[in-house]
Ligand binder design. Structure first.
Ligand code: KIV
Length: 268
């Protein structure tokens, strides 16, 4: 998938990249414009994460995001991505009630253009992963720190610490794989444990705050691009796009106020 061939990254490429130990790249994405940009950059997988809620819609967390909002974002990303594999996040409240609800919600995201769905939870959600997979939909698991259970977990904390915590996380990872998931996101997990899980599993692990020993990495794009001043300690700003955008808007405002814009060349 490296290079310029406009081949679609497909489900089997996850296993292929893991087999040849080539790191898988994933970024969150919520609209057509950014899907085009990230696709051009060669990002292999775009996650229409429920972080759409707090990064783009102004919600205080991912909790309020609705399935309808995720469907709109997924449709937009699908319109912009020619090559990337699109993962649609099942938002809180769209899959916990029953397997039937989970399958229904997953189908809505697939109809919107996702190639797979993601849901949070290990052993406790294995039956859900199994049901969605049986309906013909690929599932990406998500264990470790799971933002939808933030209140229950007591805030954004590293998961899997201590022998008992590590065993629980390994069991979660194994349950997700056994249920049929195609990959699993490990969020805020000690690097050594994440590397151990990566070694144990046949499916790829995608880390966020889980060190360098996973099969791939995912970041929230607004963190990656430096859209805001604050970035989580496990992330990195690979640009200062927030500052650049504020500057561009300031320059535009000043040019209009001073009468420099529009100039003769901008006029008919
Ligand atoms: O919604 C999201 O951004 C996510 C990532 C943190 C993995 O689930």
């Amino acid at each position: 998938m490296t290079g310029t061939t406009p081949t679609r990254f497909r489900v089997h490429h996850f296993a292929e990249l893991k087999a040849r130990q080539e790191p898988i790249t994933m970024l969150t994405c919520y609209d057509t414009l950014h899907a085009r940009l990230f696709d051009t950059a060669g990002i292999e997988t775009l996650l229409v994460g429920d972080s759409y809620g707090n990064t783009m819609l102004g919600y205080p967390s991912t909790i309020p995001v609705t399935l309808e909002e995720m469907v709109i974002a997924t449709r937009a990303v699908a319109r912009g991505a020619r090559r990337a594999f699109i993962v649609g996040d099942l938002p809180f409240g769209s899959y916990e009630e029953s397997e039937a609800q989970a399958v229904r919600s997953s189908i809505a995201l697939i109809k919107a253009g996702a190639h797979a769905v993601k849901l949070e939870g290990g052993e406790r959600q294995a039956h859900t992963i199994r049901a969605i997979t049986a309906a013909g939909v690929s599932v990406v698991g998500h264990i470790g720190f799971t933002p939808q259970s933030e209140a229950k977990l007591g805030g954004p904390r590293v998961q899997g610490r201590g022998e008992e915590g590590a065993t629980r996380l390994i069991d979660d990872a194994a349950a997700v794989q056994e249920a049929g998931a195609i990959a699993v996101v490990l969020e805020m997990v000690p690097a050594k444990l994440a590397a151990k899980i990566t070694e144990i599993l046949e499916i790829p692990t995608i880390g966020i705050g889980a060190g360098a020993g996973t099969d791939g990495q995912v970041l929230v794009w607004t963190d990656m691009a430096g859209m805001t001043e604050w970035t989580p300690s496990f992330s990195q700003q690979f640009g200062q796009i927030g500052k650049a955008l504020t500057q561009a808007a300031t320059d535009y405002k000043n040019a209009v106020k001073s009468g420099e814009f529009p100039a003769e060349k901008h006029s008919f």
